[in-house]
Structures are given as C-alpha cells and as structure tokens.
Design a protein around this ligand. Structure first.
Ligand SMILES: [Zn+2]
Ligand SMILES: [Zn+2]
Length: 354
C-alpha cells in the first residue's frame, strides 16, 4: 500500500458536524475539492468519484480510513459524522445537498466565536425546516442576491472557513434583515421528526402522506397545490415519479408538506390549513394501496405540466392591462405578503381570463 500523504492543516470535526461539510472545510484550506484532496493524500489511487455527499448517509469506510490517517484523526471520530449513526432510515434525509437549508444565525454565531462556518448534521433531516435554537427558517437562498443553490465553503485571508454565495460572493449571514419567528413550524417539525425517529410504521405513514400530497390529481396538479394552502413563492418543484418527496424538496416546500402531514396524521391543525373530509378520504384510499381509482388517474405525463408560452406581445398586453386595472391602483395601500398575494391574484386573473 502506498503511504498516505499528510496535509499540513486539517481542522478538527465539530461534535454535530456533517461528514461532507468537514471534507469541504479541510479542502477549502487548499482551495480545492474534497475529491482533489482525496486523490492527493492517496497518491492518485482513488477511482472515479462516487458522489461524495452519499457518504453523509453511509460513510465509505476505505475513504474514511484514508481521510482519518491523513488528518491524524481516529476513523471512528469521522464515521460518527455520517448520518447512519442517527439510526434513522436513509430516506429520512434530504438527498440533494442544495435542498438542505442552513441557519444563517447559527453561522453568525460560528463567526462570532471565531470558528469556521459548518453545517449541522440535523440540517440534513427531512423535517429540518427551521432552527430550534434561533426559531427561524433554514435557508437555501442568499440573503443578498436571493439566488438559491449550494453555498460554497471558502477559506478567508485570516484562515477561517466561511460559507459564501456562489453568485454574489457574500458571506452567508442573518445580519441583513430580521427573520420571521417560526415557533409554530418548529412544533410541527418536532412532532413529525419524533415520529420519523421512531421508524417503522410511523415513518411509513409519513412517507405515504408525503407521496399522497405530491401525487398528481386527475388534472395533473399535485394535491398539495390544490388544497388552498399558502404556498411558497416561485416555481413549484417537480417530484419525480417514485421519488420520496420529502427527501427531494427544498425547505420551504418541505415546511408546507410536513405541516399538512401533521394535519392529516396527527390532527394538528394550524389555522391556515383546513383539510376537507374528501381529502382525508382520498388519503385513506391512497394508504390502502393502489385501487382501481388510482389506476384510472392519468400518469403525470409531460403534457400535463407543459407550460403553454404565449407570444411576447401578448404578455406585454397582459402586463399593461394589469397596471391599468383597479386592482393595481389599490396596491400601494397594502404591504409585504398581502401586496405580493394581491399581485399574484392580478397575474393569475389576467393569465386565466382568456
Ligand atoms: Zn440557528
Ligand atoms: Zn448571493
């Protein structure tokens, strides 16, 4: 066996840190990727890259051994950072790292304490939509440019690692504006998290409820979008057929999904989510397994979700119509979400008024 090369500097893992985060923190000190570091320490003997983030759910033992040797750590202390030690099923973690949120206030605290920014293991859980410590929602959008996407670990000139927005190069932080209190959401998340932690049939029911809510109704739209709930802004994410919705959604959509699940399964009913008896009945049937009715529903074909774009001139005309409407003139009296909702209504009305 080739001797392992030893990088000069390797930060110690934090108690509640996620394995892939530690890999990135080590690598960012050398301005390269974990795969490049791995190739260097092994003398180039590492094969083509299996996806590194997969190791979060189940640590790759030979690779972890290599990293541990090179960074003068015990293998067991690295394996501890993977999610397999939580005793939860792999499906109870968000699979796409770009859809795992971060708490910007936790990161600000890291900076204040003079340590690296780091991602907490708990942020990978499907029910992790808010920070229990700071009572704010976990975020995937930059608070400077509002773009989403995976934040990037970079080393600063003073030698500490920070999470940066890839687009505007701002450090991820909560200092730009105050966040909304999410205590209600945290209660729902902890209830759902507790049930997931129990595993077995409890988790299966939550999984079934999430699949139900994201299954297409006959007209193609998933249930979650047809219940009259207050939905996150922006495009509705598409959930691939057969995929576990909770494991593949961004935090804002997971928040509305777990809130509705809590209502459906535990009768915890925040005022904003009234569920009709027909929805409960539809879920009961869904849970009983594939019925004739389900087979009759058309599969989510591409045609159902195709956006019929119109000519540019038509959009311009619609926009002009909106601005000249009475509804538009009454807008300035409203603020924040109410104003956004009113604009949304005007847009919808214009687009549907054929
Ligand atoms: Zn926090
Ligand atoms: Zn940005």
């Amino acid at each position: 066996m080739r001797p392992v090369r030893l990088p000069a500097l390797a930060p110690r893992p934090f108690e509640d840190e996620l394995l892939s985060c530690w890999h990135w923190r080590v690598s960012s000190h050398y301005s390269c990727s974990p795969r490049q570091v791995e190739n260097w320490i092994s003398g180039g003997s590492v094969g083509p890259n299996p996806h590194l983030f997969r190791h979060d759910v189940s640590a790759d033992q030979p690779a972890t051994r290599l990293w541990a040797l090179a960074c003068r750590l015990r293998q067991v202390d690295l394996e501890r950072l993977s999610l397999q030690n939580t005793g939860r099923s792999g499906a109870s973690f968000v699979s796409d790292p770009a859809h795992r949120g971060v708490c910007p206030t936790c990161l600000d605290e890291d900076a204040e304490e003079g340590r690296d920014h780091y991602c907490r293991r708990s942020w990978a859980c499907v029910e992790a939509v808010a920070c229990p410590r700071h009572k704010i929602g976990l975020e995937i959008n930059c608070s400077g440019c509002f773009r989403s996407g995976l934040f990037q670990f970079r080393s600063t000139p003073v030698g500490v690692v920070r999470l940066f927005c890839r687009d505007c190069d701002a450090i991820v932080s909560a200092r730009r504006f105050p966040r909304r209190d999410q205590t209600d959401l945290l209660q729902v998340a902890s209830l759902v998290g507790e049930a997931i932690g129990k595993g077995g049939s409890e988790f299966e029911r939550i999984d079934a409820a999430s699949r139900f809510l994201w299954s297409p109704r006959p007209e193609g739209m998933p249930y979650i979008a047809a219940l009259g709930l207050s939905l996150p802004y922006g495009q509705r994410p598409s959930v691939a057929k057969g995929a576990a919705p909770l494991a593949s959604l961004p935090p804002a959509w997971r928040a509305v999904t777990i809130t509705t699940i809590a209502n459906l399964l535990f009768q915890v009913a925040p005022k904003t989510v009234p569920l009709s008896s027909s929805v409960r009945e539809a879920f009961r049937q869904f849970e009983q397994g594939p019925t004739e009715e389900c087979h009759q529903a058309p599969p989510p074909t591409r045609t159902a979700s195709v956006v019929n774009l119109r000519a540019e001139t038509e959009y311009r005309q619609l926009a002009r119509g909106i601005i000249q409407s009475e509804g538009w003139k009454s807008l300035p009296s409203k603020a924040g979400r109410a104003r956004n909702r009113a604009i949304g209504k005007l847009m919808l009305r214009a687009l549907n008024d054929e």
